[in-house]
Design a protein. Structure first.
Lengths: 294, 214
């Protein structure tokens, strides 16, 4: 519980809090009951709306969909991290044109919807170079890579900049070259601080693979649709099943990122990294560690 | 880029629908976010539990899954809603989770001594929140809220999944007619950049103005 807002409660406050808790509890319970009754009245709890769960074949079908989702996400993540790291170095480099190029790339691709980039890879790339055969998988991975390399580049850059200047100054003063300073001193330390933001970005990336649905990439959401098309009674249960799979996987990753962020803050203080637009690990950690803003 | 100019009307319509979708969703999401944040810092445990569960579910859900579930699921429950409002509902439920978490973190980020000092001079809980905590919290959350706004503009593209005639849907539509995806998609991209880049610029100006100097 957040503490700063209240005094330690006296007997009267404790009673009021108890009454408030009971009332709010009853209100939430009523809302849930109303929703469940609606589901029941429309037959959503009938056995034939959920019986596909008992079919091993269909369960396997969904498990395979999850595998394809994870495959697209991990491929995109690896590519985006590689390109993102190069972009970050380019943006920090002392060669001006390189810096401008990287900055333009980052600012443009960060500001576009992933869906648009997936479309672009799927529809436009084959026109630009007709020899390219862009499969749905390639389109999803390319779209995710274009967007996330820009976001990750900013995470890497922030990570490198978050390091105390003394680190690189000391490294230069003992005669290391720029490449050596980066490789031996800066990047290894910066990388450790970036891990929570990287995990948060992986969650975003995992969620975004479901945009692949629109270019017929055969992932989880597409498979829920196939299942729902097979028997329309299965529609709500199929989509809910997929939603729960996503929430379960992402919940674990989000919590992990949050833990690591809190730990990093205890260790290094508040100078951690501003990450992607939807990075909550940072915020949550800020709240938990009750760090005054830097 | 001639194709884009030929269909400028359709692009314009889509662009305005994207703006309408984003603005309405943001307002609703702000209401949801404030409610969730209030629940999460309240002394009532059931409210805290529900608030936490809300954030954990919605921030970990993919928007495409949510929008298909709502759009195809609601008719099964005999609830009628237009495409546009289904999209607004999903976008604001999702964004509300992020805003709620942001506002909560802002409240928690205000230094402990502030609230202790406020209580020690006899301010009540609401006075404390209204006069001391929230004004300071708002300053620290300007940046993250702005980022969430920009993310929302980009996320609104998911409405094309259920044929809401926003920018991407229009672009796709023009493309089925003209079959010339390169300029058409670049046109749509420019439409998004015209919204997201100025937002980012204005945001950094505001951020510089309200930043707490220490």
């Amino acid at each position: 519980m957040t503490t700063a807002l209240y005094d330690v409660a006296g007997p009267r406050t404790r009673r009021n809090v108890f009454i408030g808790s009971v009332i709010s509890g009853v209100v939430f319970a009523l809302l849930v009951v109303v929703a469940l009754l609606r589901f029941r009245a429309k037959g959503q709890f009938d056995a034939d709306h959920w019986d596909w769960l008992k079919d091993g074949g269909i369960r396997g079908f969904f498990a395979e969909g999850l595998l394809l989702t994870v495959r697209a996400a991990l491929t995109g993540m690896v590519l985006a991290m590689t390109i993102g790291a190069l972009l970050a170095l380019a943006r920090l480099s002392r060669t001006a044109p390189l810096r401008w190029l990287a900055t333009t790339y980052i600012e443009v691709f960060r500001a576009l919807p992933v869906l648009l980039l997936i479309f672009f890879a799927y529809l436009a790339l084959p026109r630009i170079s007709p020899s390219l055969n862009v499969s749905p998988f390639t389109a999803v991975v390319l779209g995710l890579t274009l967007y996330n390399s820009a976001v990750l580049a900013e995470i890497f850059r922030a990570g490198i900049l978050s390091l105390d200047r003394g680190q690189s100054e000391a490294a230069y003063s003992i005669g290391l070259s720029y490449a050596q300073v980066m490789r031996l001193v800066v990047v290894p330390q910066a990388f450790r601080r970036m891990i929570p933001s990287l995990i948060s970005q992986l969650v975003t990336l995992l969620k975004d693979t479901s945009y692949g649905y629109i270019v017929t990439y055969d992932e989880l959401l597409r498979r829920a649709k196939v299942n729902a098309d097979f028997d329309s009674d299965w529609l709500i249960s199929s989509y809910i099943a997929v939603l729960l799979i996503y929430v379960a996987v992402n919940f674990v990753l989000s919590r992990l990122a949050q833990r690591l962020e809190v730990r990093a803050r205890r260790r290094y203080g508040a100078g951690t990294i501003q990450a992607g637009t939807e990075d909550l690990a940072l915020l949550a950690a800020e709240g938990e560690a009750t760090v005054a803003s830097h | 880029m001639g194709v884009v100019l030929d269909h400028l009307g359709e692009f314009g319509n889509g662009w305005f629908t994207t703006i309408r979708l984003s603005v309405l969703s943001f307002l609703l999401a702000m209401a949801i976010g404030l409610l969730i944040a209030a629940m999460r810092v309240s002394p009532f445990q059931p409210a805290r539990v529900v608030g936490t569960a809300y954030v954990d579910i919605f921030r970990n859900s993919p928007l495409p899954v949510l929008i298909l579930l709502v759009w195809f699921g609601l008719p099964k429950l005999d609830i009628d809603v237009s495409r546009f409002w289904a999209a607004v509902a999903v976008l604001s439920l999702y964004t509300g989770a992020f805003l709620g978490e942001t506002v909560r973190s802002g409240i928690n980020a205000v230094a402990l001594g502030q609230s202790e000092a406020a209580r020690s001079i006899g301010l009540t809980f609401t006075q404390n929140l209204r006069l001391i905590i929230l004004p300071q919290a708002m300053r620290t959350v300007v940046q993250p809220i702005g980022n969430i706004w920009i993310a929302l503009i980009k996320n609104s593209a998911v409405a094309s999944f259920i044929a809401v005639p926003e920018l991407i849907f229009r672009a796709d539509h023009v493309n089925t007619e003209e079959s010339n995806p390169v300029p058409i998609l670049i046109g749509a991209a420019i439409g998004y950049l015209l919204l997201t880049l100025p937002s980012g610029f204005v945001l950094s100006r505001i951020e510089r103005r309200v930043a707490i100097k220490r």
